[in-house]
Design a protein around this ligand. Structure first.
Ligand code: KIV
Length: 267
C-alpha cells in the first residue's frame, strides 16, 4: 500500500514498535525515484552503489561527495513521501568527525535529503555521535561493508563474527544512529540483534527478521548482469531482457522503415 504521509526519521523509528516492516530501495535518478515513491516505498537510499550500477566501476570507492550530492538532489526533487537517505562516500567521513560533519552538512543543505548513512559501528562511534549531536540523522551500516573492500579482499563474504557485529551495532545505537543496515550476515544473527536493538534494522542478505529490507534497485529490477546472482537477491522483474528486446525491435523497425509509420508522424 502506498505511503500516505511523508516518511520522517521519527516515523521510521516508530515502525519498529508497531512491527510494520520498513521498505527501502536505492535510487539515483528522477524517474526511478518517482516510480518507487509512487509505489509506496518508505525510504530511498542514494547509495554509493551508484558507482557500480550507474558509473560502471568495480567498487564503490571512486564515488565522490559531489557526485552523491548531484544524484541526491535529483532524487529529492522526485520524491513526495519517501525518506531520502544519502551515503557518505569513501573517505568523506573516515578522516575525522569534523570532516563528517562538514560533508554530511553539505548533503543535507544542498539536496534536501532527510538523513545520511555511513559504514561502520564501533570504529565510527565518535563520528556518529558528532552527527547525532548536530541533529544530522545518521544510519549506520555493519556486517559486510563495501567501502572496506581493500581490507576484506573482495565483496560478498558473509560476516559471521557475532560478537564483532553485536559490538558494532550496539556502539552505533549508543552513539545515536537512528537505524542500522545489516549487510550479509546470517539470518539468526540478524534476528537476535534486531530483538536486542531499539533502533530499526534494515537487512540486505540478512534474512527475514530485520525490521525492514533494502535492495539495490538495478538488481531487484533485473537490470544488472544475470551473472550477478547472490543467494539473497530476488529479481522482481527482468527489465534487462525487456529493454534489450525493445532496443532490438527499434533497430529492426528503423532499419526496415516500419518506424516511424503514419501514426507516429506529424502531417
Ligand atoms: O550503497 C548502497 O546501495 C548500500 C546498500 C547495499 C545498502 O549501501
Amino acid at each position: 500500500m502506498a505511503t500516505q504521509r511523508p516518511m520522517t526519521v521519527p516515523r521510521f523509528m516508530a515502525a519498529k514498535e508497531t512491527g510494520r516492516k520498513l521498505t527501502m530501495l536505492t535510487a539515483y535518478d528522477f524517474t526511478m525515484a518517482e516510480v518507487f515513491d509512487e509505489a509506496g516505498v518508505d525510504s530511498l537510499l542514494v547509495g554509493d552503489t551508484m558507482g557500480m550500477v550507474v558509473q560502471g566501476h568495480n567498487s564503490t570507492l571512486p564515488v565522490t561527495l559531489d557526485q552523491m550530492i548531484y544524484h541526491a538532489e535529483i532524487v529529492c526533487r522526485a520524491v513526495k513521501n519517501a525518506l531520502v537517505i544519502v551515503d557518505l562516500p569513501f573517505m568523506t567521513y573516515q578522516v575525522s568527525p569534523q570532516q563528517a560533519l562538514e560533508n554530511a552538512g553539505r548533503i543535507i543543505k544542498e539536496t534536501g535529503a532527510g538523513a545520511v548513512k555511513l559504514e561502520g559501528g564501533a570504529n565510527q562511534s565518535k563520528t556518529i555521535q558528532a552527527l547525532a549531536d548536530a541533529e544530522l540523522p545518521v544510519m549506520a551500516h555493519v556486517g559486510m561493508k563495501p567501502q572496506s573492500i581493500r581490507k576484506m579482499g573482495g565483496h560478498g563474504r558473509i560476516q559471521r563474527d557475532f560478537d564483532a557485529i553485536r559490538t558494532d551495532a550496539l556502539a552505533a545505537q549508543e552513539a545515536g544512529a537512528f537505524s542500522i543496515v545489516f549487510e550479509l550476515i546470517p539470518a539468526g544473527v540478524a534476528a537476535e540483534l534486531t530483538a536486542e536493538l531499539t533502533i530499526p534494522t534494515i537487512g540486505i542478505g540478512a534474512g527475514p527478521h530485520c525490521d525492514g529490507q533494502v535492495l539495490v534497485a538495478h538488481d531487484m529490477l533485473g537490470l544488472t548482469s544475470p551473472d550477478f546472482s547472490p543467494k539473497f537477491l530476488k529479481r522482481y522483474a527482468d527489465l534487462r531482457s525487456i529493454a534489450s528486446e525493445a532496443a532490438r525491435a527499434y533497430v529492426e523497425e528503423v532499419q526496415s522503415g516500419a518506424f516511424p509509420d503514419e501514426a507516429h508522424s506529424h502531417q
